[in-house]
Design a protein around this ligand. Structure first.
Ligand SMILES: [Zn+2]
Length: 88
C-alpha cells in the first residue's frame, strides 16, 4: 500500500544514522527508517565502518559478555560525540 505525496525521505543523514544505528541493529526501527539507514550505509564509508563495529560488538556480546574490545567502545563514544558536535 502506497501513500502518494509522502516520500520526502531520502537516505538518512550521518547524524540520524548515529542516533538509530543501535535500534537498526536490534531490528526495532520501522521499514522506512531501515531502508534509509541501509541506503546511507552503502554510501557512507564512515557510518558503514561504524555499523560493522556495532555489529561485531553485538555479536561478541551475544556470545560472551566480557570480551568487548575497549578500543572499539572508545571509538564508538568518539563517533557519537563527533556527530553531535559536527552536526554533520
Ligand atoms: Zn554517514
Amino acid at each position: 500500500m502506497r501513500i502518494p505525496g509522502r516520500r520526502r525521505q531520502g537516505p538518512a543523514s550521518c547524524r540520524e544514522v548515529g542516533r538509530v544505528l543501535q535500534s537498526y541493529l536490534d531490528g526495532v526501527v520501522d521499514d522506512t527508517t531501515a531502508r534509509r539507514v541501509a541506503e546511507h550505509l552503502e554510501e557512507c564509508r564512515r557510518c558503514g565502518l561504524e555499523y560493522e563495529t556495532y555489529h561485531t560488538i553485538k555479536q561478541a556480546l551475544a556470545r560472551r559478555r566480557d570480551r568487548v574490545d575497549p578500543d572499539a567502545l572508545a571509538r564508538l563514544r568518539d563517533f557519537g560525540r563527533h556527530l553531535l558536535e559536527d552536526g554533520a
